[in-house]
Design a binder for this molecule. Structure first.
Ligand code: HEM
Length: 388
């Protein structure tokens, strides 16, 4: 058994700013090095990155690989690594595996399945329309990254969960604080978002928060329930925010928001946008529970493993078929249906209500900012004249 090649001097976790149309050279270098590649991890030691689609699907379904941060390399600093607490300290969809994870997924799944989300379609279109109309009123140009892409997914999520919408701005501030650099910023942001989530859990709560409360396993504590709600709010905002920016930019640049565009065309635009610019460029950290072999390569116990979703999605040799934009296996994104609805609704509202909308800078001048780590990039700004 051999060791995976080590790529010295390549940092896939660096903060970046680059043009929307510029390819990411790091991804090509990772792919060229092999299906499983070692790099320096941000929190010290090595990380193993999977760059091959088939191997990624094996890794994402292999019970020898766990999400539990208790298996992180000894000495890793949680903040530097961007890790949650251990599954014992903070059981959640993203820290548990096996039967406990399955039980929690069962509690969540019916709330966010295709049928339930389809039933929200009218409401989500109304929210998209309201927010864009408010933004357009009295303004010639608006920066949709500042005024829309964060607020809209949060508005949809809070509305679904049954949390009053006057808390949207507070939720947006806390989501931004999740990446604050002052000591303790992330802990304070999580505390603020869990407190906010509790607003959906009152006696008269009628949204999905109250429904989840009635469905989670009986041993779930109130704090744990609020953390599950925090997980939905944060994961749902972060990813959809980034996706919306690039989707709107591409729709306006290609005129795909005008005229008679059918659903299949919008589907294709969304799929292509997410594939080229996956909002989650990596999966979350996983760790080997014992020494393991993959594709003839040895991984030590407690090896941190990531799937390079962005590199795999943009592999020129990739065969057509399902992509990894929402992950695969038991941790497949539970919000995928909702994300699709949100993106569709915006494309539809631009078409019906803002057919003259246009970018006020050339598409090729739009820039993506990535804060580094496992986080994806979002457009630095998206200046748009909504009424042309
Ligand atoms: C375009 C938007 C989105 C993208 C690209 C995306 C991507 C992903 C990916 C790749 C994973 C798997 C991570 C892994 O296996 O390590 C994931 C999991 C997850 N996503 Fe999403 N997501 C999106 C929207 C949403 C929304 C709207 C919600 C909330 C309703 C959400 C909630 C979650 C949760 C809770 C998990 C963890 C599931 C588990 O571990 O069982 N996501 N997402």
């Amino acid at each position: 058994m051999r060791n995976a090649p080590y790529l010295d001097g390549i940092d896939p976790f660096a903060a970046t700013v680059r043009g929307l149309t510029e390819p990411d050279p790091v991804r090509a270098a990772l792919r060229a090095a092999g299906p499983l590649v070692q790099v320096d991890a941000p929190a010290g030691g090595r990380a193993w990155i999977v760059t091959d689609d088939a191997l990624a699907r094996e890794v994402l379904t292999d019970p020898r690989i766990t999400k539990d941060p208790a298996f992180a390399p000894p000495g890793w600093d949680r903040d530097t690594a961007g890790l949650e607490q251990t599954a014992a300290a903070q059981p959640s969809l993203t820290t548990l595996d096996g039967p406990e994870h399955t039980a929690l997924r069962r509690a969540h799944a019916p709330l966010l399945n295709a049928q339930r989300i389809r039933a929200q379609s009218g409401r989500v279109h109304t929210l998209a329309r309201q927010l864009l109309t408010e933004l357009a009123t009295g303004r010639t140009t608006v920066d949709l990254m500042a005024g829309f892409t964060t607020r809209y997914p949060l508005t949809v999520l809070l509305d679904l969960l049954g949390i009053p919408l006057d808390r949207v701005d507070q939720a947006a501030d806390s989501c931004r604080q999740m990446f604050g650099t002052e000591p303790g910023a992330q802990g304070r942001a999580i505390a603020a978002l869990t407190e906010l989530a509790a607003a959906g859990l009152g006696e008269d709560g009628r949204g999905l928060a109250a429904e989840l409360r009635d469905r989670v396993p009986a041993h779930t504590s109130p704090d744990q329930l609020r953390y599950h709600l925090f997980g939905l709010i944060f994961a749902g905002q972060l990813t959809t925010d980034a996706a919306l920016g690039v989707l709107i930019a591409r729709a306006l640049a290609t005129g795909r928001h005008r005229g008679t565009v059918d659903r299949a065309d919008t589907d294709a635009l969304i799929r292509e946008t997410l594939r080229q610019h996956p909002p989650a460029p990596f999966t979350l950290w996983r760790f080997t529970t014992a020494e393991t072999e993959f594709a003839g390569t040895r991984l030590p116990a407690r090896a941190p493993v990531l799937v390079d979703i962005q590199g795999i999605s943009n592999d020129p040799a990739r065969s057509p078929g399902p992509d990894l934009v929402f992950g695969a296996g038991p941790h497949f994104c539970i919000g995928a249906q909702l994300a699709h609805l949100e993106l569709h609704a915006v494309a539809a509202v631009l078409r019906t209500d803002f057919p003259d909308a246009r970018l006020t800078v050339p598409f090729t001048e739009l820039r993506l900012t990535g804060i580094g780590g496992l986080q994806g990039s979002r457009l630095t700004a998206l200046p748009v004249a909504l009424h042309g």
